[in-house]
Design a protein around this ligand. Structure first.
Ligand code: GLU
Length: 597
C-alpha cells in the first residue's frame, strides 16, 4: 500500500525531494531550534553552515570537518583543527564548550563512548568512558522498602542516580593517545566563554523553563539556572566562573585534578548530602575510575561494515542487528515512501529490542553473547521472520550463540532523551565519533563546581529479577549501566566513509539505523539522511515524527497491525560523509552545525 509520501517518485528523484522534507522537519520543532540571529557572534563560516542546514544541504570541505550540537562548540573545535590539531584535540575543545553552552546534555559530570579510526594504523578503537555504579551501590538501589521500583523521577533527581563520571578521564585518554596540540590550549575557548559569558540559546532557555521545578530543588543548581528565582531567558548572557575554574584545574593538573582533590571532595559531598535523596558515591569510586578500551562491534550491511561501541552499550549491537536482519531485503527498490520498507525496518527493530532487553548489559559483569548477536547466520534467521506482510504478532528474543548456556530475564529500564553527539574528521584522516551524556536533561539536577552531575545509574534496570530469573542489566557495584548510545563509523573496503551518531535515549538506535539506510539504500546525501522524518519502533508502538510527512504512514501502519503514535522525535544526529570531499550534516531538530575547510 502506498502512503502518499513522495509516492509516484522514482528513487533517483527522491534526492531532490528530500530538502523539502528537511525544511518541514525543522519547522515542526521550531521552539527548540536556533537561527543565525539568535546565537551570539557567529563567524561567517558558521553562519553559512547554519544557512546550509536550513536549506537542507550538507557543508562541504577538503581537509577537516566537525559537526556537533552547538555553533560555539563547533567553532572551538574548528579552531583546533585549523591550527593542525587532531580530531582528539578538537573533541576536547568541543566537549568543554558543550559542557558550558549545552549543560543539560553532556559535560564533565557525565560519561561518553568514543569510536576512533586511526589513519596511521588504519584501525578502529573504541573507548568506554561510561559512568560506573559506586562500590556501595546495591542491586536494590532503586527500589522502595517493599521491593517495588521507584518512580522514574524519584530515582533520577538527587544523589542516588549519580555514577562516577567518565568524561574528564576520556578527554585526557584521547589526548594522550591521539593528541598533537598542547593540552592546556584546548581549554581556552571554554574558559573564555565561561568567564566572559555566552548567550543563552533558545533551546537551553526552553528546557530550563520546562524543568524549573526540579532545578529549583537544589540551591547551587537554582542559583545558576534560575537567577533571582526566574528561569534563564533566551538571549541572556550567562557566565560560569566556577566552571572556568574547574577547567583551569583540568588544564593545569589533568584529570587527576578532577578525580582527586577539592573537586572530587565537592562531588562526593554534593551526592551524599543531596536533600531528600542522598547517594552513595565515594572518593574511592572517583579515584579508581578507568576508561576502558574495548573491541569495536561491527556488522556487515550491503558493501559496508557498520562499527561502533559494544557493551555496556547496546548501540552497535542493536544497530548492527537491525541492519543485519534487513540485509536480505532490497530496501533500495522499496524506497522511503513504501510502507513495506517501514514495516521491515520497524519489525527488525522490535526483534533487536527483544534481544537487547534480554542479553545486553555490561559484559564485564554478565556474559553477553556479543559475537552471537551479530553473527550473520543468526541475523539471517531472525530476518526470515520478517517475510510476512503484516506487523509481527509476537516478538520474542532469539537464541544467539553464547559462549556458555545462560538464562536472563527481560529488562525494563527507562531512558529519556538528552545527550549530544560529536563527529570529527581531521586533516590527517583520523575520524572520531563520540556520543556524550549526563543521561536525563540536566542529569541528577545536582550541580557542583560549575557542572551538572549525571543520573546515569537510572539506565540500569530498577528490578533485579523477574520470576526469580536475574536481569542482566541489574545494578552491581562497579558495573556500567547499559546504554543505547551508538557512536558509529561506517567502513567500506576497510576505509571510513561515514561518522554518525545521535542523542535520543533508546530511540538513538532507530535514528542511527534509519539514517544509515537512507544514506546507503536510498541515495540520500548525509544532510538529507539525518533530516528525513523519523519513524521508530522499539517495543511495538510505531512512533512517527509529529508535524512531518512521516505521519502520512499512520493509517497504513495501523492497518498492518501496529499501534501508531505521532510524537516529537528529538534526535540530534551529527554526521560526516568521507569521500572525495567531506560532507557534514547537522540535525535540523537541534541548534548544531557542521563546519569544515
Ligand atoms: N542515557 C542514555 C544512554 O546512555 C542516553 C540518553 C539520551 O540519549 O538521551 O543510552
Amino acid at each position: 500500500m502506498r502512503s502518499g509520501w513522495i509516492s509516484g517518485l522514482v528513487v533517483s528523484t527522491l534526492v531532490l525531494a528530500a530538502p523539502v522534507l528537511a525544511q518541514e522537519t525543522a519547522d515542526a520543532v521550531a521552539p527548540e531550534q536556533a537561527t543565525a540571529g539568535q546565537v551570539q557572534a557567529l563567524s561567517e563560516a558558521a553562519a553559512a553552515s547554519l544557512q546550509a542546514k536550513e536549506e537542507g544541504r550538507p557543508v562541504e570541505a577538503e581537509n577537516w570537518m566537525v559537526a556537533a550540537a552547538n555553533p560555539l562548540a563547533v567553532e572551538a573545535g574548528a579552531r583546533v583543527l585549523r591550527a593542525g590539531g587532531t580530531a582528539a584535540d578538537a573533541m576536547v575543545a568541543v566537549q568543554t564548550v558543550l559542557g558550558l553552552v549545552e549543560p543539560q546534555s553532556s559535560g564533565l559530570g557525565g560519561g561518553a563512548f568514543l569510536v576512533w579510526y586511526d589513519a596511521d594504523t588504519q584501525s578502529l578503537t573504541t573507548l568506554d568512558a561510561r559512568e560506573t555504579a559506586p562500590q556501595e551501590a546495591r542491586p536494590t538501589l532503586f527500589q522502595d522498602e517493599n521491593g517495588e521500583p521507584l518512580k522514574f523521577f524519584d530515582a533520577v533527581v538527587g544523589g542516588l542516580s549519580v555514577g562516577t563520571p567518565g568524561t574528564p578521564a576520556l578527554l585526557e585518554e584521547a589526548h594522550r593517545r591521539w593528541g598533537r596540540s598542547r593540552w592546556p590550549d584546548l581549554f581556552e575557548d571554554a574558559i573564555r566563554l565561561a568567564d566572559e559569558g555566552f548567550t543563552v540559546s533558545p533551546r537551553l532557555a526552553a528546557l530550563v523553563e520546562a524543568d524549573a521545578e526540579r532545578l529549583a530543588r537544589f540551591p547551587a543548581t537554582a542559583a545558576y539556572f534560575l537567577p533571582d528565582g526566574e528561569p534563564l531567558a533566551e538571549g541572556a548572557t550567562l557566565k560560569n566562573p566556577a566552571y572556568a575554574q574547574t577547567l583551569r584545574v583540568l588544564a593545569a593538573e589533568g584529570s587527576a585534578g578532577f578525580y582527586g582533590g577539592e573537586i572530587a571532595a565537592d562531588i562526593v559531598r554534593t551526592v551524599r548530602t543531596a536533600p531528600g535523596n542522598p547517594g552513595v558515591l565515594s572518593g574511592a569510586d572517583l579515584a579508581l575510575y578507568q576508561v576502558i578500551e574495548r573491541a569495536p562491534v561491527c556488522a556487515s550491511y550491503r558493501a559496508y561494515e557498520v562499527c561502533g561501541m559494544g557493551p555496556p552499550s547496546s548501540g552497535a549491537l542493536s544497530v548492527g542487528q537491525i541492519l543485519g536482519m534487513l540485509d536480505n531485503y532490497d530496501l533500495s527498490v522499496l524506497g522511503p515512501d513504501s510502507v513495506e520498507a517501514w514495516r521491515l525496518i520497524g519489525d527488525a527493530s522490535r526483534l533487536a529490542f527483544a534481544d537487547r532487553g534480554r542479553y545486553m548489559a555490561d559484559s564485564d559483569f554478565v556474559p553477553v553473547p556479543t559475537k552471537g548477536l551479530v553473527d550473520p547466520a543468526y541475523l539471517f534467521a531472525r530476518g526470515a521472520l520478517l517475510s510476512g506482510d503484516a506487523a509481527l504478532e509476537e516478538v520474542e528474543p532469539g537464541a544467539p550463540e553464547f559462549d556458555h548456556a545462560l538464562n536472563w530475564a527481560d529488562d525494563e529500564s527507562i531512558e529519556l532523551p538528552s545527550t549530544s553527539h560529536i563527529s570529527i574528521v581531521d586533516s590527517y584522516g583520523n575520524v572520531l565519533s563520540m556520543t556524550t551524556t549526563i543521561e536525563n536533561g540536566f542529569g541528577s539536577r545536582l550541580m557542583t563546581n560549575g557542572f551538572l552531575l549525571n543520573n546515569e545509574l537510572t539506565d540500569f534496570s530498577f528490578r533485579t529479577h523477574r520470576d526469580g530469573v536475574p536481569i542482566a542489566n541489574r545494578i552491581e557495584p562497579g558495573k556500567r549501566p547499559r546504554s543505547s548510545m551508538s557512536p558509529t563509523i561506517v567502513l567500506k573496503d576497510g576505509k571510513p566513509v561515514l561518522a554518525i551518531g545521535s542523542p535520543g535515549g533508546s530511540r538513538i538506535i532507530g535514528y542511527v539505523a534509519k539514517s544509515i539506510i537512507a544514506w546507503v539504500d536510498w541515495g540520500f546525501d548525509v544532510q538529507q539522511a539525518v533530516a528525513l522524518p523519523h519513524l521508530v519502533n522499539r517495543f511495538g508502538t510505531y512512533d512517527v515524527e509529529e508535524g512531518t510527512r512521516a505521519t502520512g504512514f499512520s493509517k497504513a501502519l495501523t492497518a498492518m497491525g501496529y499501534e501508531v503514535k505521532a510524537r516529537d522525535l528529538n534526535s540530534g544526529l551529527h554526521a560526516i560523509e568521507i569521500g572525495e570531499r567531506l560532507k557534514g550534516a547537522a540535525d535540523p531538530r537541534r541548534e548544531g552545525i557542521a563546519l569544515g575547510e
